[in-house]
Ligand binder design. Structure first.
Ligand code: UD1
Ligand code: CA
Length: 459
């Protein structure tokens, strides 16, 4: 049996009050719709059709050709949205899994479980429901005296009795594909709102077909996000869910409510994460590393036993046993070797360093290839930018760069070089040389008293 996913993502999301369309809005920096698609891709579903309409280019840009699209040109309700996928799906045999585009927290094992339940129960339509303590805003599940579901009533169409019903519609449906299109065509416009409600399919189908509900245990997962508060609620849930997963895998997280880890981050066991830390994108944190407090890691690899404190690491790599911070900034493919030290107020951009290199305080290294056991003195700078272009600095092994040295790129410093403090080095330095490029010091004997006297006179 072929399985299709149909995602409703054409709505305006008026309640969001944001420029971005709702389904493209990010949660933990990833668009809501991407969570849904990634999970469906991991499930047993064969084909994905996304219904787009309002700001469709934004969603198409995010999803590219991973899915097929149907277009709902006018937003006339969820029933109308499904009907606009008729050209793509109507002729197909199989079962269709309908998901709203504002429900990003359902993971693929639950999707598969719901599909299995639908088949095992022999249903024609399964409506996924949940029990809500405060059901406000959701469609209520209406049952007859035998307990069979006979309809869904939207909040605003509920009578006082129906308003008390706590079992609500999640907007997830599993339905025989051909019956879906047969019945969705029969849905009539809701007078009050002027929209075609997909929910009406229950009332239309239940007499002639087997319509059942499946109640999910955790209503957070099937929560629909309608506004920015909903976004924050989902984000909080997801953060806790992700952190819990890492903790159960042997990652220690101190004050986890202040630690935010993206959906695609991989963390090995024995890692410690301290408060106020964010790890995002395709980052990998390897065994025994320590990250935080107050750090931000994006799209980076932190190797075994490295330590990152109060620092920012973007699209970079930190070698085994290396310490970074406090207050360091690695970016643009900085690849730091093993046993390095990157200390306070050090920025490293698009550079590599060999094993055992140290840059302990107030240093800029950019567009450089640095060897092993190099020591950068306080305040040393690779001067990579001439106002127009960026240039390369190449430094060999066992080089000592004194304090406040400027290396004017392009420049090559060979192995075992010693550069005197305060030098502005404009030419390559050969292996084993000492470079000194600063004015000679003059001591004027007995001269200081003039200044000291001038100071006294001034008082
Ligand atoms: C819907 C359900 C409600 C359910 C709730 C669960 C209906 C009529 N109501 O209400 O029973 O309890 O979800 O969260 O179905 N969309 C379109 N085209 C449209 C309108 C909406 O594609 O013309 C999409 C939206 O982009 C959204 C999804 O459908 O992703 C749901 O729409 P929304 O307006 O959020 O429905 P709710 O009012 O939350
Ligand atoms: Ca909704």
């Amino acid at each position: 049996m072929k399985k299709y996913a149909l995602i409703l993502a054409a709505g305006k999301g008026t309640r969001m009050r944001t420029e971005l369309p709702k389904c493209a809005y990010p949660i933990l920096k990833k668009p809501m719709i991407s969570y849904i698609i990634e999970n469906i891709e991991r499930s047993t579903i064969d084909e994905i059709c996304v219904i787009v309409g309002h700001k469709k280019e934004v969603l198409k840009e995010i999803l590219g050709d991973r899915v097929i699209y149907a277009e709902q040109t006018e937003q006339l309700g969820t029933g109308h949205a499904v009907l606009s996928a008729a050209p793509q799906l109507e002729d197909k045999k199989g079962v269709t899994f309908i998901l709203p585009g504002d429900m990003p927290l359902m993971e693929y094992p639950l999707m598969d479980k719901l599909l299995r339940a639908h088949q095992e129960m022999g249903n024609d339509l399964t409506v996924v429901t949940m029990d809500m303590e405060y059901p406000k805003g959701y469609g209520r599940i209406v049952r007859n005296e035998y307990g069979s579901v006979i309809g869904i009533v939207e909040e605003n169409d509920c009578n006082e009795f129906q308003k008390q019903i706590k079992e609500v519609n999640s907007s997830v449906y599993i339905v025989d594909n051909q019956l879906l299109f047969e019945y969705v065509r029969k849905i009539e416009k809701n007078d009050r709102k002027g929209e075609y409600y997909l929910t009406d399919i229950v009332k239309l189908m239940h007499q002639d077909h087997k319509v059942n509900t499946f109640m999910v245990r955790n209503p957070m997962i099937t929560m629909g996000i309608n506004d920015l508060y909903g976004i924050s609620t989902a984000e909080k849930y997801l953060r806790d869910f992700i952190n819990k997963g890492h903790m159960l895998n042997g990652v220690s997280i101190v004050n986890p409510e202040t630690v935010t880890i993206g959906h695609n981050v991989i963390i090995e066991e024995g890692v410690w994460i301290y408060p106020n830390t964010t790890i995002m994108g395709n980052s990998l944190i390897k065994k025994g590393a320590t990250v935080g407090p107050n750090s931000e890691i994006v799209d980076s690899i932190i190797h075994e036993k490295a330590e990152i404190r109060h620092s920012i690491v973007l699209e970079s790599e930190v070698g085994e046993n290396t310490t970074v911070g406090p207050f360091a900034h690695l970016r643009g493919h900085a690849v730091i070797g093993k046993n390095n030290r990157v200390g306070n107020f050090v920025e490293i951009k698009k550079s590599t360093t060999g094993e055992g290199t140290k840059a302990a305080h107030l240093i800029y290294i950019g567009d450089s290839t640095v060897g092993k056991n190099v020591n950068f003195g306080c305040g040393s700078v690779t001067v990579n930018y001439d106002g127009v272009k960026k240039h390369q600095t190449v430094i060999g092994d066992d080089v000592f760069v004194g304090c406040n040295v400027n290396l004017i790129a392009p420049i090559k410093i060979e192995d075992n070089v010693f550069i005197a403090a305060g030098s502005t080095v404009t030419h390559d330095v050969p292996k084993g040389a000492m470079a000194i490029a600063r004015n000679k010091q003059i001591n004027k004997e007995d001269y200081a008293k003039h200044f000291i006297k001038a100071k006294d006179d001034h008082k």
